[in-house]
Design a protein around this ligand. Structure first.
Ligand code: GLN
Length: 544
């Protein structure tokens, strides 16, 4: 029988529930248990593919093609697991299943109600994951903040699962303790209120993770213990860490794993945190900087300007830098300023390597194309991801093959030289407005050409990588591109699609149609990110 650990958040969002959940999983895994995790997003959206990336963050993609929350990426990175569509739930997904079952008369013609049928379906999905994975522990992270209307039915599911299985469920409240500047003192009241809100939902937290900029002191620990009805040793200080990868070490030192196991009356089977601890020490030692720029676009949000969200790209760069014991210094560069003034391109010379990541729509694409031309001509290491590969192909077609009007039908549906064109099968979907979950999604195979950068990086002939796109390199243009020197280094064998392009006689010029960033792991950096950063280090050494 699997044990269930629910993780909910108090006071406010953005306090690291996902990292806390992943860290608990990491600690239990190190103690010899099989672990899996589910992220619950209370949105009506059926998946994250249609959510606003500025509000919601990165869309992560699993091998089986689910577009989900970036926390699923954190689980994969911390637990070194490849997860599936069973590891993510939204309100929309739950309702969709219930309505489908109702249509199939699976409720035997009785009235179907929000309570208990919705929470029961949530429990059903959690138990299905437990059965399929045969995990000892299932972690369930409930998105949002306690007290919100939107996640109430998920808390209801947690309460009912505990009722059914009193010894098999533990609740963790990740809460925030502010230290307001005008007081200079850590305040516990918001967390007391969050704990009360959980009580109102019929849930008593077993453990409180006290997130704060400062360590929790004894008097405040006692206060939280008394007012939240939690043993003092179950109130655990979770002070801001320098790196997210330190969090499991901090929690393990605070005996969080042991406290959880005691609640389930279980003993650890082993303790294997040594490799992870080594890794965090390596991060500390990595002080010599390496400058990586990401050319993307900015979004206005009220009075704030936000960067596009690319947590997996950023983490992948870090994994690769730490591999060489170098400190990643990542800078966000706005593509639009290269459209305004070509002189701005000169700043690209300050970087050891540049990434042009994935993206959608026209805005900023001309600036990115200009940047890629500059990187190609000035021999600055360049790595293109998805849209980045499409733009590298357009740049090459325009400036090397002389196809002045080369573009993508995504930006210009009537363009004269559609070197990037909508994929077969996607046209009708777009016409019928069938946008949700219909891109080319998830893992596909790719055959690598011998003697290419990609082949040498992966050290193998066939690879599998995750995708999320509707457009592709138009096969009609393959002969002219190849003739002028673009190396088509990877081809999808089933559909004959170009997946990787690269250039010879350049320190590193590789662009891929897939998203390698979804498969990089802290201890096993992705081969292409590793080679890209390796080339960046080399060019830095050469130039300075
Ligand atoms: N917009 C491009 C496409 O749909 C690229 C997508 C991406 O970068 N993820 O093909």
């Amino acid at each position: 029988m699997a044990k269930y650990i629910f993780v909910a958040g108090g006071v406010m969002s953005g306090i690291g529930k996902g990292i806390s959940t992943a860290s608990i999983g990491k600690i239990l895994k190190a103690k010899g248990f099989k672990v899996s995790a589910i992220k619950i997003d209370p949105y009506i959206n059926v998946d994250a593919g249609t959510m606003n990336p500025v509000e919601h963050g990165e869309v992560f993609v699993t091998d089986d093609g689910l577009e989900c929350d970036q926390d699923v990426g954190n689980y994969e990175r911390f637990l070194d697991l490849s997860l599936t569509e069973d590891n993510y739930l939204t309100t929309g997904r739950v309702y969709q299943t219930v309505i489908q079952k109702e249509r199939n008369l699976e409720y035997n013609g009785r009235c179907v109600e929000v309570v208990p049928d919705i929470p029961n379906e949530v429990i059903n999905k959690i138990e299905t994951l437990a059965e399929k994975t045969r995990a000892d522990f299932i972690l369930i992270e409930i998105g949002g903040t306690v007290g919100e209307y939107q996640n109430l039915l998920f808390l209801e599911a947690a309460r009912l699962l505990k009722l059914k299985n009193p010894k098999g469920v533990v609740f963790v409240l990740v809460s925030y303790l502010p230290v307001p500047g005008m007081l200079g003192e850590m305040k516990t009241k918001p967390t007391q209120m969050a704990s009360r809100l959980l009580n109102e939902a019929g849930i008593q937290p077993d453990i409180i993770l006290a997130r704060s900029s400062h360590l929790l002191d004894e008097p405040r620990k006692r206060k939280l213990s008394i007012f939240c009805n939690v043993a003092p040793e179950d109130v655990i200080s979770a002070v801001d860490a320098k790196s997210i990868y330190e969090v499991p070490v901090v929690y393990a030192e605070a005996k969080l794993g042991n406290r959880i196991l005691e609640k389930f009356e279980m003993d650890p089977k082993k303790n294997e945190m040594a490799m992870w601890e080594e890794f965090t020490k390596k991060i500390e030692k990595s002080t010599d900087p390496i400058q990586i720029g990401i050319v993307g676009k900015y979004f206005e949000s009220g009075k704030f300007t936000l960067m596009d969200s690319y947590i997996s790209v950023i983490e992948s760069i870090k994994h690769a830098c730490w591999h060489y014991e170098r400190a990643p210094e990542i800078t966000w560069l706005s593509a639009e300023k290269y459209e305004e003034n070509a002189k701005n391109l000169e700043e690209l010379k300050q970087y050891d390597g540049i990434i042009v990541p994935g993206g959608f729509g026209n805005r900023g694409t001309e600036g990115k194309i200009k940047a890629i031309k500059f990187l190609r001509e000035n021999k600055i290491p360049f790595f293109g991801l998805c849209l980045g590969m499409q733009l590298a192909t357009i740049e090459f077609a325009r400036n090397v093959c002389g196809l002045k009007n080369a573009s993508s039908t995504e930006f210009d549906p009537n363009c004269q030289e559609p070197v990037i064109d909508v994929m077969a099968g996607q046209k009708d979907l777009i016409k019928e407005k069938k946008y949700g979950g219909t891109m080319r999604l998830g893992a596909y195979n790719c055959d690598l050409k011998a003697d290419t950068r990609a082949f040498n990086a992966y050290k193998g002939k066939t690879i599998s990588e995750r995708h999320r796109h509707r457009y592709e390199l138009n096969n009609k243009y393959r002969p002219v591109l190849e003739k002028k020197g673009l190396v088509l280094a990877g081809i999808n064998p089933e559909n004959d699609l170009v997946e990787i392009v690269e250039l010879k006689d350049h320190p590193f010029f590789v662009a891929v149609q897939f998203h390698p960033e979804f498969k990089s792991r802290p201890l096993i950096p992705h081969p292409l990110f590793r080679e890209f950063v390796g080339a960046a280090i080399e060019s830095r050494t050469r130039l300075r």
